[in-house]
Design a protein around this ligand. Structure first.
Ligand code: URA
Length: 440
C-alpha cells in the first residue's frame, strides 16, 4: 500500500477501507509517513468528508494506537462526560459529585485548559494539595471506595490523536466534523467508561459556532459510540455567553461549590442539572424526570457537596477551602471595570472574554506557561442585562497589575451594547441520541 494512493483516493471523494485507515495511522504514529503526506490527507478529508462507517473505524484505530483503559476492576456502570470546551465551563466539578452521590461510578480523566477555554485538572489543582495524577490501582481503589475520582489524562491514551491534533492545529484542518469527532471519541473510548454524555457547546465561545454544526458533530460522535458498543448521548448547550459568572481556576471552584450548596447562578445550575440527569438516564437509573428529581435531591440533601469533599480529600486536597472560600490564595491585585455607556448588554464575544482571562494569568499562552490559580474575572453583568453608565461590569484579578490594561481592552472589545433588550438563546438547545435529534 502507498500513502500516495490513499491521498489520491480521498482527494477524489472515495471511501477509505479499514485496512487503508490502519495503514495511515500505524505509518504516521511510527514516523514512516511524513507530516507532508499526512497533511495532504487531512486536507482531503477536510474537503471531502468521511462516511459514518469510515469515521467510526478511524476512531477505533486511533483509540487502539495506545492504552485501552480497562475499568472492569471497578464494580458497576461507569459514566463519563465530555465537554467540547467553553468559557466558565465548570460543569464537571458540579456534575460528577452529583452523579456519584446518586450511586453511579465516575472514573474520569479530564484535560487542562486549551486556548481560551479552561480545563478541569487546572481547576482542581487550585485546591491546595490536590493530586490529579494517581496510579491505576489507587484510581480504581478510590472509585470503588467512594464512587468517584477525576484525574488528569495518564498513560499513553490515543497517541495517534495527540500527533494528528498537533498537525491539524498548523494545517487549518481543525474545524472538520469527522476529524473532531474521531479526535474526541478516540480518547473517550480509550478511557473505558460504559456510557458517555457529551456536552457539545455551541455559539461564539465554542468550536462549533452554529446549532446545525453542533448537532452534526454530536450525531457523528453518537454514531461512533454506537459502532463501538458504548451508550452515548449529547446535549447541545449554549456558549454564546460564559457559563455562570466566575472565570478562572479557584474562582470556578468557588462557584461550583455554590451550585452544590443549592445557591449557584441559575444558568450554570440548570445546565448542570440537565447534564447530570442525562448521565443518570444513560446509566439506567430511571426516566429523565426521575433522574432529574434524584439530581435535585442529591443537591438539596447536601450529599453531592459531601461527595465533592470526599473526592478532594481522597486526592490530598485541603477541603477547608471549599467550606470557606476566603481561605483560597488571593490575587495580589484587583480592578473594577465599569460601564462607559448605558444600554442593554446585547451580546458578548465569549472567546474574547476567555482570552481576557488568559491574559490575566488564568490560562496558558504557551504550553509551558504556569497558571495563576487566583487570576480571572468575576462578571457582574451578562448578555441580557440592563446597564447604566458607571455600573460595575466585571472585577479582574491578577498577580501583576501590568496585566490589567491589555485584558481590559480585550474584555471591552467583547461587549456589544444596544438600545433594545436581546432575545437570548435557550441554555440547552437539543438532545442527540441514537434515536434521533430532539430540539428544544
Ligand atoms: N477537542 C479535541 O479533543 N479534539 C478536537 O479535534 C477538537 C476539540
Amino acid at each position: 500500500m502507498r500513502m500516495f494512493d490513499v491521498i489520491a483516493k480521498k482527494r477524489d471523494g472515495e471511501t477509505l477501507s479499514k485496512e487503508e485507515l490502519q495503514f495511515v495511522i500505524d505509518g504516521y504514529v511510527s514516523g514512516q509517513i511524513p507530516d507532508y503526506q499526512m497533511s495532504a490527507l487531512l486536507m482531503a478529508i477536510y474537503l471531502r468528508g468521511m462516511t459514518d462507517q469510515e469515521t467510526a473505524q478511524l476512531t477505533d484505530i486511533m483509540a487502539h494506537s495506545g492504552d485501552m483503559v480497562d475499568l472492569s476492576a471497578i464494580h458497576g456502570i461507569k459514566v463519563d462526560k465530555h465537554s467540547t470546551g467553553g468559557v466558565g465551563d465548570k460543569t464537571t466539578l458540579v456534575i460528577t459529585p452529583i452523579v456519584a452521590a446518586c450511586g453511579v461510578k465516575i472514573a474520569k480523566m479530564s484535560g487542562r485548559g486549551l486556548g481560551h477555554t479552561g480545563g478541569t485538572v487546572d481547576k482542581m489543582e487550585s485546591v491546595p494539595g490536590t493530586r490529579t495524577s494517581l496510579d491505576r490501582q489507587e484510581f480504581f481503589d478510590q472509585v470503588n471506595r467512594i464512587g468517584i475520582s477525576v484525574i488528569g489524562q495518564s498513560g499513553n491514551l490515543a497517541p495517534a490523536d495527540k500527533k494528528i491534533y498537533a498537525l491539524r492545529d498548523v494545517t487549518a484542518t481543525i474545524g472538520c466534523v469527522p476529524l473532531i469527532a474521531s479526535s474526541i471519541m478516540s480518547k473517550k473510548l480509550a478511557a473505558g467508561s460504559d456510557c458517555i454524555l457529551l456536552d457539545v457547546k455551541t455559539g461564539n465561545g465554542a468550536f462549533m459556532k452554529t446549532l446545525d454544526g453542533s448537532i452534526q458533530l454530536a450525531q457523528a460522535m453518537v454514531a461512533i459510540g454506537a459502532h463501538n458498543g458504548r451508550k452515548v448521548a449529547a446535549l447541545i448547550t449554549d456558549m454564546d455567553t460564559p457559563l455562570g459568572y466566575n472565570i478562572g481556576n479557584s474562582l470556578e471552584v468557588i462557584e461550583s461549590v455554590e451550585v452544590l450548596k443549592g445557591r449557584g447562578p441559575a444558568d450554570l445550575t440548570e445546565v448542570c442539572y440537565q447534564l447530570a440527569a442525562n448521565m443518570l438516564l444513560l446509566a439506567g437509573k430511571g426516566t429523565l424526570a426521575e433522574c432529574r428529581k434524584m439530581v435535585e435531591e442529591a443537591v438539596a440533601s447536601g450529599a453531592a457537596y459531601e461527595k465533592l469533599k470526599q473526592m478532594f480529600a481522597a486526592q490530598g486536597g485541603d477541603v477547608s477551602v471549599l467550606d470557606d472560600p476566603d481561605k483560597f490564595a488571593k490575587a495580589k491585585y484587583s480592578r473594577e471595570i465599569r460601564a462607559d455607556q448605558s444600554g442593554w448588554l446585547y451580546a458578548t464575544n465569549t472567546e474574547m472574554i476567555g482570552n481576557a482571562s488568559v491574559l490575566l494569568g488564568a490560562g496558558r499562552i504557551k504550553k509551558e506557561d504556569t497558571i495563576d490559580f487566583a487570576a480571572g474575572i468575576v462578571l457582574h453583568k451578562k448578555a441580557g442585562d440592563r446597564v447604566e453608565k458607571g455600573d460595575l461590569l466585571a472585577t479582574f484579578y491578577a498577580e501583576d497589575e501590568g496585566k490589567f490594561a491589555s485584558a481590559e481592552e480585550m474584555y471591552r472589545g467583547a461587549l456589544t451594547f444596544r438600545d433594545e433588550k436581546p432575545v437570548l438563546p435557550e441554555l440547552v438547545m437539543a438532545r442527540v441520541t441514537e434515536e434521533g435529534v430532539e430540539r428544544f
